[in-house]
Write a protein that binds this ligand. Structure first.
Ligand code: AMP
Length: 597
């Protein structure tokens, strides 16, 4: 099936939260959006957790289901808004008693378990900064981020602590407290606090201290082409965008049952897996288990999910499992489905119609923007393959950088340039932690520059073309080449390493590494497998390369820079381009290549 446009009926438009996009763009102000929230009682400022939980718990929604957690093995745990208020208050009290101060960083390293949600909201309540880490990271990415954040507290599980943290703890001088969700044995490892015991002993009433719209609230790590990951800092005012965009771009209402499949270790899982739906007063579904097509269809059906927010890799895996499987589990309550994180192929958008009677609505944003910036809205015709149009209150342009602080705006529709956004939306990052220079480099000519190449069509729809840099998107996760290269370089046999994103039909890209060996080491299949295992142990499965080629040497410019571009072109069988700066390469001969499987 091929569709250029999937038109919406007049009924669908009227029934949506934003029936008329053009009118909404004309009338929208962030000041009005702010009025939809309450603010802390007594005019003491603004706090994300108050807007998400406490204000509902103090009103008619107190007994309403806020979160339903589906355990891997069939356990279900329900939290009403009032129960969530009590649990998060206890956690905020625990942190306060441990001496955590406003602005201190509390990090989490948990799979999708209820305690992660309690810790996130409880941290925000006590005025500290919440920084989630992905539980599939290995010890090195965990260490880099905890150290950079100077985290004082880490919330994790006994099992993750033993496997990934205990060995690096001595290298984390700022980490004073590790709070552990005990395992089956109900014990907490030596040198950690037992979360269950702390929560049981805490008071379930907690008065949120004054936090201002500009008080730091969230610290999300993201990757660039060079250097260590960057800590994007977000403030409590971000909740204005979380709430507003959840209503407009995801069309969410209080009577919805919403399932965001993203892991809170990444920004989508926090902004829309925790904060957004709760601020709206909806019910959020959380599934602990990993992707499984049949399980997912059962959840959509049995939990009567009405709005579903997922990602292209998952959609492609569902497509692979076949439309018949989807049809075996009709989900008549589903009314809006959306996707984010990577380019969503037009076929996937249209497949939504075959499988669910609804197109997937692609939307675009990134860690730095804190919330959705561009979307196919419920009231708008969907153009499969396009990311949609900018949110009301968000002004975008397609630009070309012409100098350190200057850009040219591309006015020709269809011409490719970098996606740029006029600063000023509430969830915009306020800086990269301890890296002011890098933050400043993200702005030019009065715009924030996103690093994404796009084109805009004459209807104002935005189309993704590629990244302007070498960061890799794999299964929706942004991976910085430097972090992977640094880990490979620690292997005693490796002299040089570089990595590229290799296109992949499921994951969009996979991490592929190229290494050259030190003298005295021979390329062999055994060594290649050893390198893959070495990288996986250090980096974790989410970041480690899936494929490694051992080459006699890596192609370099005459100034000594490894030419990733050339390796990528060779990998893809594309023209090698301008090689005038290429240093003569070592003769081929002893190379091994291949993947993990
Ligand atoms: P992250 O900061 O990890 O959320 O990754 C953000 C990046 O993911 C963006 O800068 C894009 O490169 C990519 N991305 C996010 N959403 C989309 C989308 N709808 N289409 C294409 N790329 C996307």
């Amino acid at each position: 099936m091929a569709w250029d446009v999937i038109e919406k009926t007049a009924g669908t438009r009227r029934a949506s939260n934003m029936p008329d996009y053009e009118a909404a763009r004309r009338q929208f102000t962030w000041t009005e959006a702010r009025r939809m929230l309450d603010g802390l009682p007594g005019g003491r400022g603004l706090n994300i957790a108050h807007e998400a939980v406490d204000r509902h718990a103090a009103g008619p929604l107190a007994g309403k289901l806020a979160l339903r957690w589906l355990g891997r093995n069939g356990t279900v745990r329900d939290f009403t808004y009032d129960e969530l208020r009590r649990q998060t208050s206890r956690f905020a009290g625990v942190l306060t008693r441990l001496g955590v101060q406003p602005g201190d960083v509390v990090a989490s390293l948990c799979a999708r378990i209820p305690e992660l949600y309690i810790a996130a909201l409880g941290t925000l309540k006590c005025g500290a900064v919440f920084s989630p880490l992905f539980s599939a990271f290995g010890p090195e990415p965990i260490h880099t981020r905890l150290e950079k954040a100077q985290a004082r507290v880490l919330v994790t599980t006994a099992s993750l602590y033993r496997r990934k943290v205990s060995d690096i703890r001595a290298r984390l001088p700022h980490l004073e407290h590790v709070i552990v969700v005990p395992g089956e044995a109900a014990d907490a490892p030596a040198g950690t606090h037992n979360l269950r015991q702390l929560l049981d002993a805490a008071d379930d009433r907690f008065v949120i201290p004054a936090t201002q719209p500009e008080s730091l609230a969230l610290l999300h790590f993201t990757s660039g082409t060079t250097g260590q990951p960057k800590g994007a800092m977000h403030v409590h005012e971000a909740v204005v965008a979380h709430h507003g965009t959840t209503r407009t771009a995801l069309d969410l209402r209080p009577d919805d049952r919403f399932w965001c499949t993203a892991d809170p270790g990444w920004v989508t899982g926090t902004s829309y897996g925790i904060v957004g739906p709760l601020t709206v007063g909806a019910t959020g579904i959380v599934d602990e288990a990993d992707f499984d097509a049949e399980r997912w269809y059962r959840i959509l059906q049995q939990e009567r999910v009405t709005v579903w927010y997922t990602a292209p890799t998952a959609i492609r895996m569902l497509m692979k499992a076949g439309v018949d499987l989807a049809r075996r589990f009709p989900a008549p309550d589903l009314r809006f489905i959306a996707s984010v994180g990577e380019p969503l192929n037009p076929e996937a958008v249209v497949w939504g119609v075959e499988a669910f009677g609804l197109p997937f609505h692609d939307n675009w944003w990134q860690t730095e923007t804190g919330g959705i910036m561009i979307a196919n809205f419920a009231s708008m015709d969907v153009r499969p393959g396009s990311m949609g149009r900018p949110l009301p209150g968000v002004d975008i342009a397609v630009v070309r950088r012409t100098g350190d602080d200057t850009v040219d705006v591309v006015t020709d529709p269809g011409t490719v340039g970098e996606l740029a956004i006029v600063p000023g939306w509430p969830s915009m990052f306020r800086g990269y932690l301890r890296d002011e220079a890098r933050y400043r480099r993200s702005f030019a000519g009065g715009y924030y520059l996103t690093g994404d190449l796009v084109r805009m069509d004459p209807n104002g729809y935005c189309w993704f073309v590629g990244r302007d840099n070498d960061v890799i998107k794999s299964s929706g996760h942004l991976i910085g080449p430097f972090e992977v290269e640094s880990a490979l370089m620690e292997h005693p046999a490796v002299a040089e390493a570089t990595v590229i994103g290799k296109p992949d039909p499921m994951a969009y890209e996979i991490v592929k590494a190229f290494v050259a060996l030190k003298p005295g080491h021979e390329a062999s299949e055994t060594l290649r497998l050893e390198l893959i295992g070495f990288a996986r142990t250090r980096l974790g499965a989410a970041v480690a390369p899936k494929e490694i080629d051992v080459l006699p040497g890596l192609p370099k410019t005459r100034s000594g820079k490894i030419m990733r571009r050339l390796l990528k072109a060779r990998e893809l069988g594309l023209p090698e381009g301008d090689l005038s700066t290429l240093e003569p390469e070592p003769a081929a001969g002893t190379s091994t290549s291949g993947g993990t499987s």
